[in-house]
Design a protein around this ligand. Structure first.
Ligand SMILES: [Zn+2]
Length: 266
């Protein structure tokens, strides 16, 4: 079976000692298509270098993550455009809104919203899909990150893409699908507390899903506490197969096809 990881950070320092070995293990596990997400300025060139070393298997996606929104100066914005014009870069991302209060650093929502809107316009200009990051506040009933994201998307032109690490409400999933986005599903689908997410994914169906790891973060249930990697993609696929009552081969086939379609891979 062939699998794809639509969202990985293999250039993360967590892979410093054994990156090559891990990548070989991924290919052996059938994960032969991997999107390397470079979402900080200094990650763009290394992502291109990594994709050059594994041509046709690993490809770069460049952008500015909402946590680094304040680094998107006019100069960096222009530089981002030059990266996006390179044929090996398949999407702009990950971009969006992060309202999670996990660290002491205050997050300026206005700056995040501006950087997001600006990058959406750029994606439309260079005709690339976008990889969206939307993370809600820790307050259980505060979904303003999703509300603000959809408000910005409503006023933007874009050519579709992925809502990565989907973890919103049912109505957020269907609003995203209505706008032409697919949902990126990773290891959190198997976490015990995520019954709501499993119900939403079952309702949406596998034709709207892409597999992802978001490695080195968010390992699947059986590997909690460990470093995540694309080697775990088949386990995530297996969980989705169980949740959606579909055979594993079909989950592999459809999600891999979706990844190729969204990123316009040949
Ligand atoms: Zn990510």
């Amino acid at each position: 079976m062939e699998f794809a990881d639509s969202h990985a950070h293999l250039n993360d320092s967590a892979f410093e000692g054994d990156r090559k070995e891990i990548i070989e293990q991924c290919f052996k596990a059938g994960v032969g298509t991997i999107a390397e997400i470079a979402c900080e300025v200094q990650e763009w060139q290394p992502a291109l270098d990594l994709s050059a070393a594994y041509e046709g298997k690993i490809f770069p996606v460049c952008g500015i993550h909402p946590d680094y929104a304040s680094t998107l100066t006019d100069e960096k914005f222009k530089e981002l455009e030059t990266y996006l014009l390179k044929p090996q870069v398949k999407a702009l991302g990950e971009i969006g809104l992060d309202y999670n209060e996990y660290d002491a650093q205050p997050k300026d929502r206005k700056i995040q919203q501006q950087a997001f809107a600006k990058q959406l316009d750029l994606a439309a200009k260079v005709n690339l899909p976008v990889v969206l990051h939307c993370r809600k506040s820790r307050q259980a009933d505060d979904f303003s990150a999703y509300e603000d994201m959809f408000a910005i998307l409503k006023n933007a032109t874009f050519t579709g893409g992925i809502m990565h690490c989907f973890s919103g409400r049912e109505k957020d999933a269907f609003r995203a699908l209505d706008m032409g986005f697919k949902l990126g599903i990773n290891g959190i689908i198997g976490y015990k507390r995520n019954d709501d997410l499993r119900a939403i994914i079952k309702k949406a169906g596998i034709k709207y899903l892409l597999l992802e790891t978001d490695c080195p973060y968010l390992p699947p249930q059986s590997k909690r506490g460990q470093r995540n990697s694309p080697v775990n993609i088949p386990e995530i696929a297996q969980t989705i197969a169980e949740v959606c009552a579909e055979p594993l081969f079909k989950v592999a086939e459809i999600t891999t096809q979706n990844t190729c379609n969204v990123y316009n891979l040949k």
